[in-house]
Design a protein around this ligand. Sequence first.
Ligand code: BES
Ligand code: ZN
Length: 458
Amino acid sequence: MKEVLNFAKKNFNSYVDELKDYLRIPSVSTDPKFKNDVNKCADFVVTKLKDAGMKNVKKIKTEGNPLVYGEWLEAKGKPTILIYGHYDVQPADPYELWDNDPFEPVIKDGKIYARGADDNKGQNLIHIKGVEAYLKVHGELPVNVKFLIEGEEEAGGESIEKFIKDKKNKKLLKCDAVLISDTSMYAPNIPTITYGLRGLAYLEVHVTGPNRDLHSGSFGGAINNPANELARMIAKLHDKRNRITIPGFYDDVLKLTKKEKENFASLKFSDKKMAREYGVRELWGEKGYSTLERLWTRPTLDVNGIYGGYTGEGAKTVLPSKAVAKISMRLVPNQDPKKIARMFKKYIKEIAPKSVKVDVIDLHGGRPALIPLNDPYLQAAARATSKVFGRKTVYTREGGSIPIVVDFMEQLKAPVILMGFGLETDDIHSPNEHFPLNNFERGIYSSIHFFDEVAKMK
Ligand code: BES
Ligand code: ZN
């Protein structure tokens, strides 16, 4: 294995060049304008898997964006690891807030800046290069490996969900564990395994008032203003303790165990430091819980965007006919996104006055995940990262969502290992997204160590 690590080290600069090529493809899945680039990016991943020495590499057509599959299954009697990642990225907007072209990667202070650098191109290329180094040095892997890289994670991931639920594909995807690098480390240099993710319910509230925009002087006071009403309704969704007021909302929330509470308390965390980093005077949230508890184990409700009426320069006296809010709720085990969406709709209708019309549209959802910590594959990953980073691996939950995780667990009956190498400060989904190159490098070494740790298991 030493030779493999040395080989990866020697070739690291060329891995960085390949990452740059990957990042130059604007594979934005949420905007149909980029359809061609999304396809080009799938082809790029096909080439990378082939170059790495994977067999049976193919682009799989779906109703949405293609999946990319590849395998190497010649380690007789050894476990099979399925590696998942996504080659699609979030839109780069707002472009003017980037210091460089989001699709022309720039290296500054040991970090690579581009859309998708961390989420998720840098993180999935880690494993492609880990496998490649192994195959180039030894001509074989110590375990069996399959790759499944999707192209619409940032847009809801419907196609992959259908694909893994289809009985015809069960054999193709059969594995002993699923490995995903699409999460963060607890702090720089602290190897981390994530064992919990929040889920999501995403809805849109459309409030319609008069059948056209009106003069706010002639009509204000007689006809209800949908923008005012939307604001009033949104304000009603939290109480004084910053809890969500939707009846039944907390019914299925799994209580934090004493052991988890202790584990969270043992992780160093400073509210002040977080406030400073993100430029707020103090943190905010549900009373009675620590910040880590709120981020990782409590559900939230947030307005992601709101519009209506006049938003241009200067003043325009108008009573708008319509206002819209995009509202998402991060959910925790054992909340069900469909049930929560129904409760949300019912409550919004209840608090809507007769003077406006309210429609609620369901956009998408995803279930929360909780992964047992005693799984031997997860433990192998913890040993691998611990060896590379030279310190004990910590176990965290995170506030973000990867809805496909529970589908993998249920459909493939396999544990899912979240071995992430991003940092919370990498600005994913935001301008100037970046990925520290030393994490890219140590990620590749961790991938190599992981295959070895798994091979030693059986
Ligand atoms: N890599 C993220 C998930 C993530 C973010 C995990 C932060 C841990 C911490 C992933 O690509 C993502 O952004 N997921 C979406 C899912 C949604 C579109 C269903 C999210 O969390 O908003
Ligand atoms: Zn993302």
